[in-house]
Design a protein around this ligand. Structure first.
Ligand code: FAD
Length: 175
């Protein structure tokens, strides 16, 4: 059997099939957060990517229907916390998934933005551009400040499930 023969059925594009196909792309998980009038709002997002090193730009894709879109438009700033593998419950909480015993999120303040405690990396961003794209809005952020841990394992999202990296060896590719 060739690898093509293992591909599932037709080429039809529906939202459910698109989600299933894109779910094959493994990603990390972030919590995007911001503040307005001393009130903090956060949400879980994996549609996060680097855009440019110089100038330093990143992108988050936020559903137009999510409250976070209004919060980012109003505040003009957002924080990205890249989650540690132990932060699955927090990630569910900030995705609006009900938990019987929700963890109390703790925030660390940097550059007057709220970051989730215990994350692998924190990026403080100012919105440099926002582009509506279908049912999402692409918010591009200039990175004003960043902090990261040396070591620590990321939370991974793949095929709709949280996972952890396993069996990987330390590599020295200079990245
Ligand atoms: P709400 O749904 O009202 O809030 C989200 C949750 O965070 C609620 O439970 C709320 O109580 C809690 N919360 C917010 N602020 C605080 C606070 N200050 N203190 C304590 N709790 C607080 N959607 C996208 O648009 N883009 C993505 O890239 C994306 N990626 C996702 C990746 C994963 C792995 C998952 C599970 C979901 C993802 N989602 C994504 C879906 C998104 O996280 C949910 O739709 C989310 O509920 C949208 O949040 P909201 O801004 O509408 O606010």
């Amino acid at each position: 059997m060739t690898s093509c023969e293992r591909l599932v059925d037709s080429g039809d594009v529906t939202p459910a099939r698109l989600r299933a196909a894109l779910g094959r792309f493994a990603s990390g998980v972030t919590i995007v957060s911001t503040v307005l009038d001393d009130e903090v709002h956060g949400m879980t997002a994996n549609a996060f990517t680097s855009v440019s090193l110089d100038p330093p730009l990143v992108l988050v894709s936020i559903a137009e229907s999510a409250k976070m879109d209004d919060w980012i438009r109003a505040s003009g700033r957002f924080a990205v916390s890249i989650l540690h593998r132990d932060q699955e419950r927090l990630s569910l909480h900030f995705a609006g998934a009900p938990l019987r015993e929700p963890p109390a999120p703790a925030f660390t303040w940097r550059y007057e933005l709220p970051f989730v405690d215990g994350a692998l990396a924190h990026l403080a961003c100012s919105v440099s551009d926002s582009h509506p794209a279908g049912d999402h809005v692409l918010h591009i952020g200039n990175v004003d400040g960043l902090w990261f841990q040396h070591g620590g394992e990321p939370l991974v999202f793949h095929t709709g499930m949280f996972r952890a990296l396993e069996g990987q060896e330390e590599q020295t590719w200079g990245l």
